[in-house]
Design a protein around this ligand. Sequence first.
Ligand SMILES: [Zn+2]
Length: 146
Amino acid sequence: MIKYSIKCDDCKFNFDSWFASSEEFEKIKKSKLLTCSFCNSLNVNKSLMTPNLNKTKKKQAIINDEKIKKFKEIKKNLKKYQNFIEKNYNYVGNNFAYEARNIHYNKNEKNFAKGIFGKATKKEIKELKEEGIDTETIPWINNKEN
Ligand SMILES: [Zn+2]
């Protein structure tokens, strides 16, 4: 079975119709049995594209565009946030958990005043939290990525 999208040239009505094969479609059309289901005109033809499928694809493309746009926006905001952190906090690299404890227990006044940022594992963050040290995690964008 083949589904054709049929278009009426007289009233511009579009409708779908099923045929056993493309030959059958031609046969029916030649014997003037194919008529517009709206105005009964014989002036009907296959349209080249299936409109529904096309619409779905277009919609999908729009959704993808929006997703990319949103992602770029989030990335831009993260970047701003990142720049702010880089400017205003001391980078401690992998020593984050260690330095966070130092601050918490008042062992490093310099870092305490400025605040720190760095890398920590999930386990370290959990341990810090258990000690009452609050941390904030943000996804970090590598500068090389752009
Ligand atoms: Zn028609």
